[in-house]
Structures are given as C-alpha cells and as structure tokens.
Design a protein around this ligand. Sequence first.
Ligand SMILES: [Zn+2]
Length: 294
Amino acid sequence: MFVATLFFVLAFFLGLLLGSFLNVCIARLPRYESIISPRSRCGSCGHAIRWYDNIPLLSCAVLRAKCRDCGGRISLVYPAVELVTGVWFAVAVYLGAGALQIATLWAAGFLLIGLAVMDWQTQLLPDGFTLTGILLGMMLVCTRTIFLGPHEGDVLLAKHHIELRAPGATHDGGNIFLTGSESLIYGRMAAIAGAFLLLFAIRALYKLVRKRDGMGLGDAKLLAMIAAFLGFAPALFALFVGVCAATLYAVGLLLRGKASGATRLPFGSFLAVGGMVSALYGQAVVAWYTSLFR
Ligand SMILES: [Zn+2]
C-alpha cells in the first residue's frame, strides 16, 4: 500500500517535471526552434528565467503568474499543462497494468497533451511529435513481443491436413500461421497505415466536394500515431470521441453566433483529447462493442 502510494506520488512529480519540458516544446516546436537551448525567457522582457522561478506549479503560484523582472503576465496555460501532465502520469500508474502499459500511457499522454495545445494555439501538429510518436508506439509494440510466451498470440491462417510421419515433424507441420510477434507487429503496422489512409481519404473527399482544405495532413498523422500506441479499433474510438467533441463545440459556437460555416476548428486538439480518452477506456469500449455481435 505504502509502495503503491509512493509510486503514485513519484509519478505525479515526474509528470510535473515533464509537463514543464512539454511547455518548452509547445512554445518552440511550431516555430522550428531548438527545444534544448537557449534557456527559457520571459515572453515580455526577454529576461532569462532563473531556475528557482522555473519550478512547476510552485513558481507560478509564488509569483502570482507575473514575471519577476517586468511584471508581465505569465499565461495560465503553462501551469495547466504541468498539472494535467502530472495528473495523467499518476492516473496511468493507477490504471496501467504492468510497466509496459504505463510506459505507453505516459508517452502517448505526453505527446497528445502537447499536440492538443499546439493545434489550439497555432493550428499546427509538428512532425517532431506525430512521427516520433509513431516510431515510439512501434518500438513499444516490438518490446511487447519479447514478453510473449511460446505460441501466445499465434494466428492460424490456413490449416493443411497433411500428417507428417517423418521423425521430428511437429503437430503444426503443414499449417500456415503467423507467430504472436509477427501478428502483433504486422497488425500494428497495418493499423498505422489504415488510420492514416482513413483520414487521408476523408480529406481528399472533402477537398473534391468543397474545393478547399478542411483538414491538415497533420490530423492524419495524429490518428496514425494514436493507432501506433493503441491499435486500430481504439484509434477509431478516439476519432469518434474527437468528432463528437468538435461537433458539440461547433454547435455551441454557432448557437452563440460566434462562428459561421467557414470557421476553422482546431480538429487536432479534439482528436488528441479523443486519443487520451481512448488510451484510458478504449480497450474496454472496444471489448464491449464487439461483445454485442457475439
Ligand atoms: Zn519579463
């Protein structure tokens, strides 16, 4: 119990620290600036931020969200990103089954929170996050195959009724099958390609009908990234949640007269939030949905 609480608290603080780094990525990646140097500076006066003014959550509270040098306001998005990342890391430890699933939730959450904020602020979904995420998701799947037991996850493609009587012939003789590792890796590669092509096709169709871009290629890469971390079916659920959330938001804007039919929505932000919902509940929802057809 004590150890579990300790992990929970440590995960929260690790999330706060990485959330602080995530803020640097959010500010610099869309402008193609280095995320390593120079040190963080105040947006108003350009003064380098001291280390003790750069402590997640705490510094912002002590300084009352104002710069120590010029008194310029510090956006509340910074502490919000830190807090959400911290809470996400702690929740992942609570809900994740095993180190590998926790690692997947941490990596996916970090990238999705960053992408949600970047798309909201700049309408950009940098490749530095989406493509890196696809690679990272694939690497985690490859790591999972190491821990598969013998014949675990094997998929039988075709059964041949050839009885091999030669010495040493096994029970599987003549059957065509994918091993668990092969089906996991090939399946995930297909999921990534499928997710990308799905949004790519919707985008092309929209362009054909409306004669203008309705969606960036970044959205397709983002869904591919979600598929890399979670698989195809949970990615579809993420898309469903994203579309529902974006629609509700758009209807809200239209009702308050703050938008017209031509207003652009940062769809990537809604899709990223859908990805986070799916990371936590996607497997359960997919299992429930497929049970309806049994
Ligand atoms: Zn300042």
